[in-house]
Design a protein around this ligand. Structure first.
Ligand SMILES: [Zn+2]
Length: 337
């Protein structure tokens, strides 16, 4: 049983409080949120002790569910959105026409007001940001506005329109059974569970590490079974084999609920917020997931794993930018996989 040493103000002494998870439905601004909330309970007077760590965690659950229900970007998504344009909090606040303290609070997990929630929702669309920059954002200098417009225009014209990606999820990726998909049809749910699994089992799963982990999963499966694991296509990038349209794949998978990003050093780490549902996988497939996670954890750094991928014929024999032939999986060198 989980306990926490804390101070009970009723008993006026330090106690070993029991942490109890209680399934509850709580009203958050008119939105009913049902989840397991945790409370520290005094063993003597049985009162609930407002333990800050637990209170914060309960609020994060309530607010997260509320945002999800109302379509409001989660804190990580706001940070990711802002950074995609290279905006500081000050510039982003000026574009939206809100105070910089508000942006700081929302990125820190506070719930936005109704009007600010609407601004944040619309901020997912670069066309909306362009409109704001053209018509307002008076707190920016001419130079700042110019730079911000360039960043927004670049996103607006790319295939990576955030709102569109979220709506269509992975629909625009090829889903057929073909040699370049490892003879497997892409299944978004299956892929999501794979990524949730790796996020929970591979240390420091940077986005740039996940692409290699997926590559080894798919290519080792193809080598052994004649069928890939996920149905993803891979292309040769300068820094290794990478799922084709990887940015789009990640934008679709990292939904702010099961998966989020955590900024770490110069990169983003993929974080899972629930366990993977392995019911869709055979015992053999589950043990492959396990083996690939162990393989990835055997490297002391991302750079080492990267160096390993650069030794693979699948990467070496493929021209830059071209799709990698799954047939090259027969020469996979991955030690121990
Ligand atoms: Zn007590």
């Amino acid at each position: 049983m989980n306990t926490i040493t804390t101070f009970c103000t009723e008993c006026e002494r330090q106690v070993e409080a029991t942490i109890e998870a209680v399934r509850e439905t709580i009203d958050v601004r008119g939105c009913a949120v049902t989840d397991d909330f945790e409370y520290a309970v005094c063993p003597y007077c049985e009162n609930r002790i407002p333990e800050p760590v637990l209170v914060d965690r309960n609020f994060a659950k309530m607010y997260g569910a509320y945002r999800e229900a109302r379509g409001i970007p989660q804190p990580d998504e706001i940070v990711a959105l802002r950074r995609r344009y290279g905006f500081s909090q000050r510039v982003f606040a000026a574009v939206l026409g809100v105070g910089v303290a508000s942006v700081q609070r929302y990125e820190g997990g506070a719930l936005p007001s109704e009007s600010h929630a609407e601004l944040l929702r619309r901020a997912r669309d670069p066309r909306f940001l362009r409109e704001r920059l053209r018509d307002g954002a008076l707190r920016l200098s001419a130079q700042e506005r110019e730079r911000a417009l360039r960043a927004v225009d670049q996103q607006a014209t790319s295939r990576m329109d955030y709102a569109v990606v979220r709506l269509d999820l992975l629909d625009c990726l090829p889903r057929g059974v073909a040699p370049e998909t490892g003879m497997r049809a892409l299944d978004a749910d299956r892929l999501r569970e794979v990524v949730v699994y790796f996020a929970a089992h591979v240390g420091n799963l940077f986005v740039t590490k996940l692409n290699k982990v997926l590559f080894y999963l798919d290519f080792s499966a193809y080598r052994d079974e004649g069928v890939g694991f996920t149905g993803l296509r891979y292309a040769r990038a300068d820094y290794g084999p990478v799922p084709d349209q990887y940015d789009l794949v990640m934008a679709a998978l990292v939904d702010g609920k099961a998966l989020t990003y955590r900024e770490q050093g110069d990169g983003r780490v993929v974080v899972a917020h629930r366990g993977a549902d392995l019911s869709a996988f055979s015992p053999q497939e589950a043990s492959r997931l396990d083996a690939v996670a162990a393989f990835a954890n055997g490297f002391s750094s991302c750079a080492e794993l990267s160096a390993c991928a650069h030794e693979e014929e699948a990467w070496r024999k493929t021209p830059s930018g071209a799709l990698i032939d799954y047939g090259l999986a027969r020469d996979l060198r991955a030690p121990g996989l």
